[in-house]
Design a protein around this ligand. Structure first.
Ligand code: FAD
Length: 473
C-alpha cells in the first residue's frame, strides 16, 4: 500500500511513523483514539481520484480531513484505514466579484479567504465561525455550520452553489448550475444532488472544489455588546431584533463563558450577585452613517422597551468600551478568533452538545441545560445564535475537560448523554452529530428517513469505504 501511495503523491506526502500519525489519532473531544495506517496528503483532484481507486481496490477505509476541529470525532480514521489530509489542497481557484461567489479547494481556511478578499480589496465577505482561523471553509459548509452571517443567510450549507466531488469509485461529478454552465451561480434548477454530499460527514464522497456564495461587505460595520440579566430578557431581545431584519448577527453567550474568557478558571457554581446572565454581541453594517444611526436607534429602542417591561438589559457598549472593561473580551472584536479558553486550557479536551432548534423554546432549553451542567459540576458555557431571520437558532452546551483523566472523560460522556436526551425531548436536533449520538438517536429518528439514508449510502458507496462508522450505520 505504501509503495502505491508514494507512487501517486510522492514520499513527502505519505506519513506512517508513530510520531507523524499521533495528531491524527484523536481530536478535541472524548472519542476514543484510533490509529490510521497512513496519512496521505493530496494536492489535486486527479490525485484524490487515484487514491480513492486504490483504496476501493483494497477495500481500505478513507477519512477525509482538513483541520480536524469538528469536536465530534468525525475526522478520526476507521481502524486500518487511511486519513486523506486535504490541507495542502488550498487554492482559491476564483472569486467572481460580479456574481458574488468563490470557488475554493478543501484546504482553504477562514484566515486564507479573509486575507485573499481584503488584500485584493474585493468588496465581498463571507461568514466566520468561532472555530480557529485554520479551519476549512469548505468542511464547515459540508457540515452545515454556523457563522456570523447565519442570521441573515442561514447555515453555511445554504450558501453552496456547486460541488465537484470524487465518488467512492474514483469518478468525478459536478453539481448545480456548474453541471451545464461555466457559471456556478446556484443549485437550481436541476434536482439538488448536492444534498447527497452535504451533512454526510465525508461518507458519500470527497469534495475537491466548492462554489459558494459571498455577500456584500458594507462600508461601515459596528459590533455592539449588551449585558442582560435574565434568559427571558435575552431571548425576547433576540426574537424582536430578528424581526426588524436590521442585524447581520446576534450572538448570545452565557456570562460564565465571558468570565472564562476573562481568565476565571471555574466561574460556577457561585455566581456573584448582580452579575449578568448573558451577553449579546450584535453586528450592524451599513453604507452610510445615517443608515447605521437608524439601525442603532432601533436596537436601543427595543432594549429600552424590554428593560421598561421588567427584564434588566443594559445599553449597548461598543468594542472600545468593552476593551476598557476587560481587554480579554477583545477576542470578540474581530473574527476569525482563537478562543484559547476552549482550545488551549491545559487539559486539551473540548466537547459539546450543539443543536439547531426553535427559538421559542430557548429559555426552556437553557434552564434545563444549566441545571444539568451545574448539578454535574460543569460551568454552564452556553452559546446561542438565531439563524436565517430567526426561523430557528443554535443552542450549544460546551464543556472543557482533561483528556488524560479517565474519570473526567467518563463524567463528560455522562453529561453529554443527559444533555442530548434533554435537548432531543425538547425538539432540538444535534448537528455535526458524533457516532455515539447517532446510536442514541437511532430509535427516535423516522425509520423511513434512516432506511432511505442507508440505501443512498449503499448506492454511492457499495464497498463502504468512505469514512465508515460516522453515521450510525
Ligand atoms: C473552539 C471552536 C469553536 C468552534 N465554533 C464553531 C462555530 O461557531 N460554528 C461552527 O459551525 N463550527 C464551529 N466549530 C466546529 C469546527 O470548527 C467545524 O466543524 C469546522 O468547520 C470543521 O472544519 P475542519 O477543517 O476542522 O474539518 P475536519 O474536522 O477535518 O472535517 C470535518 C468533517 O468533514 C469531513 N470532510 C472534510 N473535508 C472533506 C471533503 N473535502 N469532502 C468530504 N468530507 C470532508 C471529514 O471527514 C469530517 O467528517 C468550532 C470548533 C472549535 C474547536
Amino acid at each position: 500500500m505504501k509503495r502505491a501511495l508514494v507512487a501517486i503523491v510522492g514520499a513527502d506526502n505519505v506519513l506512517d511513523s508513530e510520531s507523524d500519525l499521533e495528531p491524527y489519532r484523536e481530536d478535541y473531544c472524548e472519542a476514543d483514539p484510533v490509529d490510521p495506517s497512513f496519512v496521505v496528503f493530496a494536492r489535486t483532484t486527479e490525485e484524490v481520484q487515484v487514491i480513492v481507486k486504490l483504496c476501493a481496490s483494497g477495500r481500505t477505509p478513507i477519512t477525509p480531513r482538513v483541520a480536524g476541529s469538528n469536536v465530534g470525532g468525525l475526522a478520526l480514521p476507521a481502524p486500518g484505514g487511511i486519513v486523506l489530509d486535504l490541507s495542502r489542497m488550498n487554492r482559491i481557484v476564483s472569486v467572481d466579484t460580479a456574481d458574488m461567489y468563490a470557488v475554493i479547494e478543501p484546504g482553504v481556511t477562514q484566515a486564507d479567504l479573509k486575507r485573499h478578499l481584503l488584500e485584493r480589496d474585493i468588496p465581498l465577505t463571507f461568514g466566520f465561525s468561532l472555530a480557529p482561523p485554520d479551519t476549512s471553509v469548505l468542511a464547515n459548509c459540508l457540515l452545515g455550520g454556523l457563522t456570523n452571517r447565519s442570521l441573515k443567510y442561514g447555515d453555511q450549507s445554504q450558501w453552496v452553489s456547486g460541488l465537484e466531488v470524487v465518488l467512492p469509485d474514483g469518478s468525478l461529478v459536478r453539481t448545480g448550475s456548474w453541471a451545464l454552465s461555466d457559471s456556478a451561480f446556484g443549485l437550481v434548477p436541476f434536482p439538488d444532488v448536492s444534498g447527497m454530499f452535504i451533512g454526510w460527514q465525508g461518507a458519500t464522497g470527497i469534495t475537491t472544489r466548492m462554489a459558494f456564495q459571498l455577500w456584500p461587505r458594507h462600508r461601515l460595520n459596528k459590533r455592539l455588546f449588551v449585558l442582560t440579566y435574565s434568559a427571558h430578557g435575552t431571548f425576547e431581545a433576540v426574537r424582536r431584533l430578528c424581526r426588524t431584519e436590521l442585524c447581520d448577527d446576534i450572538g448570545g453567550l452565557s456570562w460564565p463563558s465571558a468570565k472564562m474568557m476573562m481568565g476565571v478558571k471555574n466561574p460556577y457554581p457561585e455566581p456573584a450577585t448582580g452579575e449578568p446572565t448573558f451577553f449579546l454581541y450584535v453586528d450592524l453594517t451599513a453604507e452610510t452613517a445615517a443608515e447605521m444611526a437608524l439601525k442603532e436607534g432601533v436596537l436601543e429602542q427595543i432594549l429600552a422597551d424590554i428593560h421598561r417591561k421588567g427584564d434588566r438589559v443594559e445599553e449597548p457598549l461598543d468594542v472600545a468600551t468593552l476593551l476598557r472593561v476587560n481587554p480579554a473580551l477583545g477576542a470578540f472584536a474581530e473574527f476569525p478568533v482563537e478562543l484559547e479558553f476552549l482550545t488551549n486550557h491545559g487539559g486539551g479536551g473540548l466537547t459539546w452538545i450543539g443543536t439547531y432548534g426553535p427559538l421559542s423554546r430557548f429559555e426552556d432549553g437553557i434552564a434545563a441545560g444549566t441545571e444539568i451542567m451545574v448539578r454535574r459540576g460543569f460551568p454552564p458555557l452556553i452559546v446561542t445564535r438565531p439563524m436565517r431571520g430567526g426561523h430557528y437558532g443554535v443552542l450549544r452546551f460546551v464543556a472543557i475537560f482533561d483528556r488524560k483523566s479517565p474519570e473526567e472523560v467518563a463524567r463528560i460522556r455522562e453529561l453529554n448523554v443527559e444533555l442530548l436526551e434533554m435537548v432531543t425531548d425538547k425538539g432540538f436536533v444535534m448537528y455535526k452529530t458524533p457516532p455515539w449520538a447517532w446510536e442514541k438517536l437511532r430509535g427516535r429518528i423516522d425509520p423511513g428517513m434512516l432506511e432511505l439514508m442507508r440505501r443512498m449510502k449503499r448506492l454511492v458507496d457499495p464497498l463502504g469505504i468512505m469514512n465508515p462508522g460516522k453515521l450510525g450505520f
